[in-house]
Ligand binder design. Structure first.
Ligand SMILES: NC(=O)c1ccc[n+]([C@@H]2O[C@H](COP(=O)([O-])OP(=O)(O)OC[C@H]3O[C@@H](n4cnc5c(N)ncnc54)[C@H](OP(=O)(O)O)[C@@H]3O)[C@@H](O)[C@H]2O)c1
Length: 263
């Protein structure tokens, strides 16, 4: 798809990766609609990039409805907003379980329904889902996050087949550990030496490539995580054992602790 001159909506655009995606799509000539939950965080990004701003809490159905109305016609929808939702499952209350499912999975599906219909009517468009390597490899403390990110992958793959003949592309991006900005970087957790990172710009470039070339899936993860994801497709329990032996549980515990209040 040619991005220049198209309208691109990005959710979670004040987040570390969302801002990088917005900057990349702006550079490619898109006009931007940026959505986020906190006006104080989103307004400067919108001002810098000359974007239309829509403040919406995706956990609130009335805000999702208003976002659809205010966005109008969209050519590219990047469904990026998410909660880290890390923690031990039995320590979550039901309200949080539902919120994580809503923000990370149900709402991206509802938005794909709304904007997908529009795009099919016009015979063109592209939907990008931002999943995670945790959508391919589960770890201690990622039960809710992995539930939503694995689910997103299956949904997106099927939707891609459904919309392929209708001129609408569907892609899923799977970031691994991302340095400098975003939900992992904010934890300040130090990774074991064997574990690599990618940058927010790497994720943004993958989003650009997915749209421009209609790529179905893109991993944006260092070598160790890409190999882990490949192996996990064959034997997830083997990968769980390897993670544990290489300090994965320590990293998980530190992340759960650092993200405890991100709700
Ligand atoms: N960073 C990584 O290492 C990494 C790795 C794998 C996958 N990912 C994925 O990449 C995407 C972007 O993450 P990020 O690293 O940029 O995280 P981030 O900096 O925490 O940003 C997340 C964004 O989602 C928004 N959000 C959360 N709950 C919301 C709600 N109820 N309503 C509306 N917006 C809400 C946040 O808004 P507030 O700021 O107002 O909370 C923020 O704009 C996510 O889908 C994440 O799962 C990130």
């Amino acid at each position: 798809m040619q991005i220049e001159g198209k309208v691109a909506l990005i959710t979670g655009a004040n987040g570390g990766l969302g801002e990088a995606m917005a900057t990349r799509l702006k550079k490619a000539g898109a006009s931007l609609i940026l959505s986020g939950r906190r006006k104080d965080a989103l307004a400067p990004v919108c001002e810098k990039l000359g974007a239309k701003m829509i403040i919406a809490d995706l956990a609130k159905p009335e805000d999702v409805k208003r976002l659809h109305e205010e966005a109008g016609q969209v050519d590219i929808a990047v469904l990026n907003a998410a909660l880290p939702a890390s923690g031990l499952f039995l320590e979550f209350d039901e309200e949080f379980v539902n919120r994580a499912l809503d923000v990370n999975l149900r709402v991206p599906i509802v938005m794909a329904h709304h904007f997908g219909k529009q795009m099919v009517e016009r015979g063109s468009g592209h939907i990008v889902f931002i999943s995670s390597i945790s959508g391919k490899v589960a770890s201690l403390g990622t039960s809710m996050y992995s539930a939503t990110k694995f689910g997103m992958r299956g949904f997106a793959l099927a939707l891609r087949e459904e919309l392929a003949e209708k001129g609408v592309g569907v892609s899923t991006v799977f970031p691994g550990f991302i340095r400098d900005a975003g939900m992992f970087a904010k934890t300040g957790v130090k990774l074991p030496g064997v574990v690599g990172t990618k940058s927010p710009e790497d994720v943004a470039n993958a989003v650009y490539r997915c749209i421009a070339k209609n790529v179905g899936e893109a991993d944006v993860a260092a070598f160790d995580q890409r190999v882990g994801a490949l192996l996990a497709a064959i034997s997830p329990t083997l990968v769980a054992g390897i993670q544990k032996n290489f300090g994965g549980h320590d990293v998980s515990k530190q992340m759960m602790s650092a993200q405890r209040d991100v709700r």
